[in-house]
Design a protein around this ligand. Sequence first.
Ligand SMILES: C[S@@+](CC[C@H](N)C(=O)[O-])C[C@H]1O[C@@H](n2cnc3c(N)ncnc32)[C@H](O)[C@@H]1O
Length: 285
Amino acid sequence: MIADPPYGDIASDKHEQFTRAWISKCCSVLNPGASMYVLASVKTQSSIFLACEAAGLTHVNTIIWRHGRHAHPATKRMQGSYDPILLFVNGEGYTLDHGRAGLKSLVDVWDDIPYLRWNNAERNMFYEMTGGARSCNGHPHQKPLALIRRLILLSSKPGDLVLDPFTGSGTTAVACLQCSRAFIGFEKDLAWTSTIKTRLESTAPLDDLMVPRRARNYQKTLLQNLEALLQSDGPLTTRDLSTRLGEPDRGKIRKYLQRLAKSGKVSAQSIGKTQTLWSVVKKQE
Ligand SMILES: C[S@@+](CC[C@H](N)C(=O)[O-])C[C@H]1O[C@@H](n2cnc3c(N)ncnc32)[C@H](O)[C@@H]1O
């Protein structure tokens, strides 16, 4: 589950009650081993934390999202430049796969994803689409796709169901579509429905999500070679491998094949061949 609850539009004396109510409701539908990310603020994180614990969830991490959008300059306090993201899980058996999310390691400070600005392409599509004033058409709290996608990839597998109780402009829905996850969402303000629909209509699943960004160029070539191999008839030989894929990169090839087979994006026949190819690589080592 990914929740980006409202902050400004609820009176501060009602906020705690609201937080407890939605968290206990949402927790009642979480599967065992499910993960829940809550995009909090410095002010709201403590009430969210307590409500999650009261609902029986276990705290795993508080991620510091250093997005670079500074609060207004102040003389009596330091400028805030991050938002906390709380990760809670429902019992044991949860997944946290940094490789799948394209991260080198599991570190709880993220400073590589900036906050969306008004001239960002992700937002432009809304006000260009309707031609109105930008403040009316872009969701004021829209989150970057890269951020939501990372949360989804860290804690779910293709085909899993993701719940977003505060859908807003539909960022989680779009990320789910890109990552081949099922999605269910709720949004109080139905004015956002057409925005969500338009975003979903212009979204396609991403093919290269299983591939860490740093290895993408290498793997693009590898994939082309691999496709040629998968199309070839007959058993694959070690000569096929060394001539088409090159000798020195077997470790990388094996990892890539593992991901490819896990992703379920290739046909049964291709998986069969992929596994043959993989076992040949293994035998050679
Ligand atoms: C912080 S925004 C979410 C933004 C979203 N993550 C995005 O990227 O567009 C919170 C959303 O929750 C909605 N909301 C507020 N109270 C709600 C409620 N009780 N049930 C469902 N949605 C609600 C607001 O209308 C708002 O769109």
